[in-house]
Design a binder for this molecule. Structure first.
Ligand code: NDP
Length: 284
């Protein structure tokens, strides 16, 4: 079997069109969604991500504010910026690009973003709401993964889903969202035994490890849907996923590429969350 590709770029374009249509409707009611993106320091990858988010906003008709602070910014200074954005009613979403320099406590910063403007879905309130199935902002990467799986026509309900990775931003929420869709979910991590066996039982396999080529062909069940979240800079200077794409493609029914898979979808889902934040703030 040769897997079909889940085209993240095409799906992301469709999601952004969906966001743009909602922006139009909000603008007609006098509300212009606005996302503030805060970048501390000069990390090249973060700069690329932030530029991408600002471009996405422009494409969707969302206003953006880019706040760039020096590497030496103190926690108090950053918190003061976040507080000002939190109090600014024209700003609907606040995103502080991670990672932050060592002198700043990431948790304190995330906690300072009011839940209603936490379009990344990282704040404890949003995480808790997701856990109990209440309306919230879903974290963009896992929410994008679910959309990608559903785009294949796969009914998640009743499927065996395996998530490799248990980070707060990808692995755990991906598992929770799959559970909410009635999958039977197993979470694997660095202490998991029989990883190969567990993965090979998965109808849906989500890899969020951060190791190039970690998922080998023998870990993929024939006919599986494979979602590769990993972004790893290879020795060749190019981006690679966590999955051995060539080997997995021979077994899977569907697979996401890297690049051009989960990455673009993550960005597109941020646009939807920002529009939703504006809609809620406007009382619509
Ligand atoms: P973390 O480093 O926070 O988590 C990695 C997880 O992988 C941990 O839970 C760890 O287990 C597990 N792991 C590590 N080694 C093994 C092993 N040998 N066997 C089984 N499990 C293992 O990473 P993130 O979740 O933040 O990100 C994962 C990947 O996804 C990265 O490549 C990152 O760049 C990418 N990413 C991509 C995004 C996108 O938009 N496409 C967005 C966010 C991340 P343990 O908990 O036991 O240590």
């Amino acid at each position: 079997m040769q897997a079909k590709i889940i085209d993240g770029k095409a799906l992301a374009a469709a999601v952004k069109q969906e966001a743009a249509a909602q922006v139009e409707a909000l603008k007609a009611q006098g509300v212009t969604p606005c996302l503030a993106v805060v970048l501390v320091g000069e990390d090249p990858a973060s700069q690329v991500y932030v530029r991408g988010k600002i471009n996405d906003c422009a494409q969707c008709g969302i206003e953006s504010r880019s706040i760039r602070l020096p590497e030496t910014t103190t926690q108090e200074e950053l918190l003061a910026h976040v507080k000002a954005l939190a109090e600014d009613s024209a700003v609907h979403g606040i995103l502080v690009q991670l990672p932050l320099p060592a002198q700043i406590n990431e948790k304190a910063v995330i906690d300072a973003i009011p839940p209603e403007k936490d379009v990344d879905g990282f704040s404890p309130v949003n995480v808790g709401r997701m856990q109990i199935g209440e309306p919230c902002y879903l974290p963009c990467t896992p929410a994008g993964c679910i959309r990608m799986i559903e785009s294949t026509g796969t009914d998640i309900s009743g499927k065996q889903a395996v998530v490799i990775g248990r980070s707060n931003i990808v692995g755990k929420p991906a598992a929770l969202l799959l559970l909410a869709k009635n999958a039977t979910v197993t979470i694997c991590h660095s202490k998991t035994k029989n990883l190969q066996e567990i993965c090979a039982s998965a109808d849906i396999l989500v890899a969020a490890v951060g190791r190039e080529g970690f998922v080998t062909g023998d870990m993929v069940k024939p006919g599986a849907v494979v979602i590769d979240v990993g972004i790893n800079r290879g020795a060749d200077g190019k981006l690679h996923g966590d999955v051995d794409f060539a080997a997995a493609s021979e077994k899977a029914a569907w697979i996401t590429p890297v690049p051009g898979g989960v990455g673009p979808m993550t960005r597109a889902m941020l646009m939807l969350n920002t529009v939703e934040a504006a809609r809620r703030a406007s009382g619509n």
